[in-house]
Design a protein around this ligand. Structure first.
Ligand code: SF4
Ligand code: SF4
Length: 428
């Protein structure tokens, strides 16, 4: 009778490893839970998602379109590497989860998921996605290293975090293949060639290491693989890795404001009817932005796509929507949400007044952040504090009269530098 292909988890590890694994994982899980609590506590996220455009159905549609299909990420060739990382990560995460369910939950009940054809299919699928994962990470590593050399000091810390994250994920991808190769070497079976990468690694290692050494390497690698994975989980809420959780949630929580419209600080009719003229038209602290805007800051990946389409950046002004969003993000992470952004020069008036409100950044952001929605309220605050010179006064009059800073008639808005019609490579 032919031998049945079956997944053997912990087969090469010392007895009791599965129990030790949970003990080792516990502190990492606690750090993750604390970080997740810090980021999500009082964010009102559930309400934001429920109250987003189209309710739950709309939220799921955006999750599918922008997060799972990576619609905007893939709008530029450099996003292709992210596709490999994203889909590879999802597949490997799902594979690990299936192994956990199979071994820890179903096996004691006498049921096996990972046996026969489903197991073989999963093995070859994971190997293929694992290759995409490693290739995507290698491309991202080269790209980030190249960018590190030209980074401004404020970008450097974020770039270094990305490099650490990419390095950690690459370690997981490569050690995953090495472990698979060692497993095939030590426990050869008739079906293992479906794991084509693992089989190639096993072929490379055979003759180079003795079975005893291979077993020792396997145990050492297995634990280092687990600890690096746990470390990344624990660091997720505290590093740029946060975008992996915050970006999909932000996409789901979008309020559905038309892409080219600006948020209004208040409804004049409601004010007249209520008779309450105690208005706060501007915003000077991160706490002054609504919960959705505050949460969106956590999703920023510092990718710079907003800068690439911003006419104010192209003209060499003080404004960089990427830098502005990152500055506000830091205020959230450092619990400085009550700090006055204008008095402390976290945001400069020159940067605020350089924005043409063209909304090209809104269209370019892969995680649906709207940089202009932070700029305009802070600019209103500048006005209410009467921090205006003659040029800014004229600009304001133009905005009020023609909805653009140049005083062009509304039907010529697409002639504006950096307008949506001129934004290359972004959907309109
Ligand atoms: S609205 Fe236009 S000018 Fe303002 S930050 Fe965005 S892209 Fe730049
Ligand atoms: S705001 Fe969006 S486009 Fe700009 S750096 Fe952040 S994630 Fe990228």
């Amino acid at each position: 009778m032919a031998e049945q292909a079956i997944r053997e988890t912990f087969g090469l590890m010392p007895p009791g490893t599965s129990h030790y694994l949970y003990v080792v994982f516990a502190p990492f899980a606690l750090v993750f839970a604390y970080g997740a609590y810090l980021r999500l506590a009082r964010s009102g996220l559930i309400d934001l998602v429920r109250g987003g455009s189209g309710g739950i159905a709309g939220a799921l549609g955006r999750l599918g379109w922008y997060a799972l299909l990576q619609r905007r990420v893939a709008a530029r060739p450099r996003g292709y590497a992210h596709l490999g990382i994203f889909y590879g990560f999802l597949a490997l995460f799902a594979g690990t989860t299936i192994v956990f369910i199979d071994w820890d939950i179903l096996r004691p009940l006498g049921v096996r998921l990972l046996a026969g054809a489903p197991y073989l299919l999963l093995e070859s699928f994971l190997d293929a996605l694992g290759v995409a994962f490693v290739v995507g990470l290698c491309v991202a590593l080269v790209w980030r290293l190249a960018r590190l050399r030209t980074s401004t000091p404020d970008q450097r810390a974020v770039q270094l975090q990305f490099l650490g994250l990419i390095g950690g994920l690459l370690f997981l991808g490569l050690t995953g293949f090495l472990l698979e190769g060692l497993r095939i070497l030590l426990r050869p079976a008739s079906w293992t060639d479906v794991s084509f990468v693992g089989t190639a690694v096993a072929g490379f290692l055979s003759g180079a290491v003795s079975p005893g050494t291979a077993q020792e390497i396997y145990v050492g690698l297995w634990w280092s693989h687990a600890v690096v994975a746990f470390t990344l989980i624990a660091l997720l809420p505290f590093t740029v890795f946060l975008h992996a959780g915050a970006a999909p949630l932000n996409v789901m929580a979008q309020p559905g404001l038309p892409r080219r419209e600006l948020d209004a600080p208040f409804d004049l009719r409601e004010v007249m009817e209520s008779g309450n003229f105690d208005l706060q038209p501007g915003v000077a602290t991160v706490a002054g932005f609504d919960a959705g805007r505050r949460f969106a800051l956590l999703a920023c990946t510092n990718c710079g796509r907003c800068d690439e389409v911003c006419p104010a950046v192209a003209m060499g002004t003080a404004l960089s929507p990427r830098r502005l969003v990152q500055s506000l993000r830091r205020q959230v992470l450092e619990a400085k949400t009550e700090e006055d952004l204008l008095d402390t020069a976290v945001v400069s008036p020159e940067a605020l007044w350089a924005c043409t409100t063209c909304a090209a950044c809104v269209m370019a952001c892969p995680v649906l952040i709207r940089p202009v929605d932070y700029i305009v309220p802070m600019r209103r605050e500048e006005v209410s504090r009467q921090h205006l010179d003659a040029r800014q006064g004229a600009l304001l009059a133009n905005l009020g009269r023609s909805a653009n800073p140049f005083g062009l008639p509304p039907d010529r808005r697409d002639d504006l530098p950096g307008s949506l019609a001129q934004a290359d490579g972004v959907e309109s």
